[in-house]
Design a protein around this ligand. Structure first.
Ligand code: FAD
Length: 404
């Protein structure tokens, strides 16, 4: 098939490489003229790493990422609540990787440019007659026909708007995120991800590079803070303000005293190389992703609040599911229906679980019961109950069965 993919992010590029590998003629149309390694850290769960291994990218990933050993939940005093072993350390067949989003995107971009057609400076603005993409370029508008058009154009997707023209701005419930990176000494075993605090003020932190010669490691951190109470009709800050530089004054009053014996949170914040501010947003799940010979993938299909390391992972899983469905079904309609049946309910479930705070609900319970910390965790919460909750979330989010 002749396939056009709108969007050269992690989802669009993985889909392009996978569909090309299965014998399709693929063109990626990316709006940005000169893609740069934007963003900070993301996590790739083991099932998505398996997909990237299938594209021959495992050695390159190992070279640029940190193999995450565990996700540790802690209270705002730094006391551990639960340790969930991750990737091969948790018995999975593949590693979990903590990686710089922009570097991963650039890896996929280089591979896609080497294997198939990738055009930058091409913004897909609509579709005519079901199968002709309408494209804005610096040289003026143009059109390109395809057998299948895939909208992988992110949370502000133009192709999603065809399915939900009245949707408006993304949903915001009053939480802002500040994302930063800081060169700092490794903490814990140098490969652990930590989620500390509670849903009104939370600090997520993990390394995304191996230590350099001076022993420092690039540490990615995300500080979330509720700045408004959730209310119907609350709108996120203007889109022009997304990704703007954050200010220390926004964070230090809340996180300035979070000095643990294993991590200096205010030290990380004040020494950050960069600090960006984003609203924590998602969109309501759509009842359908397909319209004629077109479908959606990644954040265009199911933008979700970033809890549980699902953003990039689910986009990559979409890519594989779409390629599998096209392999298995002779007709395009049947293939797109099968793709959607496999992915849409699961992703809608994650959107909903993350709206209910996902695993952060555990942190909230501990904060409510022991705001000043605890002598013994078991006095506050049953550790077996926490483990069961973590495993239930993972199962519902599609973590795949461990190696026997
Ligand atoms: C600049 C940027 C920085 C990010 N930083 C982080 C981060 O630090 N941490 C994190 O967890 N997540 C980050 N994300 C989100 C994360 O990458 C996604 O949640 C996840 O990887 C799913 O990717 P996606 O490919 O579906 O969407 P995206 O990563 O959003 O990619 C969409 C791509 O489509 C392009 N595009 C948009 N509109 C059009 C159009 N009309 N026509 C053609 N192309 C279009 C965009 O330029 C982009 O390259 C970032 C996203 C972006 C765009």
């Amino acid at each position: 098939m002749n396939i056009l993919i709108a969007g050269g992010g992690i989802g669009g590029l993985t889909a392009a490489l996978t569909l090309h590998q299965r014998g399709h003629a693929v063109t990626v149309l990316e709006a940005v003229r000169e893609p740069r390694p934007l963003g900070v850290g993301i996590n790739l769960l083991p099932h998505s790493v398996g997909v990237l291994e299938g594209l021959g990218l495992l050695p390159a990933l190992r070279g640029m990422a940190v193999e995450t050993s565990a996700l540790v939940f802690a209270n705002r005093h730094g006391q551990p609540i639960h340790r969930d072993a991750r990737g091969v350390y948790g018995g999975y067949s593949h590693p979990q990787f903590s990686v710089h989003r922009g570097e991963l995107q650039m890896l996929l971009w280089r591979e896609a440019c080497a294997r198939l057609t990738v055009l930058s400076g091409q913004r897909v603005v609509g579709v005519r007659d079901g199968h002709v993409a309408l494209i804005d370029t610096a040289d003026g508008p143009r059109e390109q026909a395809a057998d299948l058009i895939v909208g992988a154009d992110g949370i502000h997707s133009a192709l999603r708007r065809r399915l939900a023209p009245d949707e408006g701005a993304p949903c915001w419930r009053g939480v802002m995120m500040w994302r930063g990176t800081t060169w700092a000494p490794p903490f814990l075993d140098g490969r652990t991800m930590v989620q500390a605090g509670h849903s009104r003020a939370k600090f997520v932190v993990y390394p995304i590079s191996t230590p350099r010669a001076d022993g420092l490691q690039l540490i990615n951190w995300i500080a979330d803070r509720r700045v408004r109470e959730s209310a119907p009709g609350l709108t996120a800050p203007d889109r022009a303000d997304w990704s703007r530089a954050g200010r220390l004054d926004d964070l230090l009053p809340t996180f300035g005293s979070w000095r643990f014996d294993w991590l200096d949170v205010p030290g990380l914040i004040t020494r950050a190389e960069q600090m960006l501010e984003w609203p924590m947003v998602d969109r309501d799940p759509l009842p359908c992703w397909r319209l004629g010979p077109s479908t959606l993938l990644g954040d265009a299909a199911h933008p979700m609040v970033p809890i549980g390391s699902n953003g990039a992972t689910q986009a990559i899983m979409d890519a594989q599911a779409l390629a599998d469905a096209l392999d298995r079904h002779a007709g395009l309609d049947a293939a797109l229906a099968a793709y959607e049946d496999k992915r849409r309910p699961l992703c809608a479930r994650i959107v909903e679980m993350n709206r209910q705070e996902g695993l952060d609900a555990i942190l909230d319970r501990v904060e409510a019961l022991a705001p000043e910390g605890f002598a013994q965790l078991a006095d506050v919460i049953d550790p077996a109950e926490v483990a069961a909750e973590v495993n239930a979330y993972k199962a519902a989010a599609g973590h795949q069965v461990k190696r026997a």
